[in-house]
Ligand binder design. Structure first.
Ligand SMILES: [Zn+2]
Length: 100
């Protein structure tokens, strides 16, 4: 159960960071790790692929240090979703945190 809930938060982190800048797998794993989410490639890459498939993220492959790396940015559809989630997070925060 905790995994399901965490995965939803992870997706919001991904959308948020992909809105601010280009993101890639290892960078995201580090960022998420700093928030206490232990997300390995086996979870992260399928999640990124799902977000890309749903047109929430755009993917570009570039070669860095002779390695192919996939970079992701948010799409207009992803931004719409993120804005909706921002409202939900605010509402949730007001209730779950403020009215504890
Ligand atoms: Zn984050």
């Amino acid at each position: 159960m905790i995994r399901d809930l965490e995965l939803a938060f992870v997706k919001i982190h991904i959308l948020y960071h992909a809105e601010k800048e280009e993101v890639f797998g290892i960078g995201l794993m580090e960022e998420l790790g700093s928030h206490g989410y232990e997300i390995g490639p086996g979870t992260l890459y399928p999640t990124l692929a799902k977000l890309e498939k749903g047109s929430f993220l755009n993917c570009k492959t570039r070669t860095v240090d002779h390695k192919q790396r996939k970079y992701y940015r948010i799409t207009p559809k992803g931004r719409e979703l993120l804005d909706k989630m921002r409202e939900k997070i605010e509402e949730l925060y007001q209730e779950v945190i403020k009215q504890k």
